[in-house]
Design a protein around this ligand. Structure first.
Ligand code: ZN
Ligand code: ZN
Ligand code: ZN
Length: 138
């Protein structure tokens, strides 16, 4: 990924540019699948876990990435919608492939205008489908 592209992404979300943020965002933008904290650690050998974690939390807060829970691990994906600091809009299905164990965003399948009974406070919504991805079906 070009440096200028990454810098622009960070600037758009008012995130000050640091070398660490550049590296983490580069990895996320290159990846079509969700990346967990442990995978980041493997990917960025010279960086420590807490710094990577803080970077991811900043990105998530600023509406640059969203996270999902899969098998008790948190994984991170780029936001493609107009997410910002006030709200995320990633109301789409996530697809977990049982063959290659990769999780991807299925933005074609959206969940919008869902109305919940007023007396329920929803803190988290999970839309995950399990199956076999198109690459693994070949
Ligand atoms: Zn988002
Ligand atoms: Zn697969
Ligand atoms: Zn997603």
């Amino acid at each position: 990924m070009e440096v200028s592209v990454i810098e622009k992404k960070l600037a758009q979300k008012d995130i000050p540019i640091t070398p660490m943020r550049m590296i983490v965002l580069d990895a996320l933008m290159k990846s079509s699948q969700a990346i967990s904290l442990s995978e980041f650690e493997e990917l960025l050998q010279q960086s420590d876990r807490s710094t990577i974690y803080r970077t991811l939390k900043t990105f998530e807060k600023k509406g640059l990435i969203h996270s999902i829970q899969e098998n008790n691990t948190t994984q991170y994906l780029m936001c493609h919608d107009d997410c910002d600091e006030s709200q995320h809009h990633d109301y789409h299905l996530h697809f977990y492939c049982t063959e290659c164990k990769k999780t991807t965003c299925l933005e074609e399948v959206r969940f919008e205008n869902i109305h919940f009974p007023e007396d329920y406070l929803i803190k988290e919504l999970k839309f995950v489908a399990n199956g076999i991805c198109k690459d693994c079906q070949k």
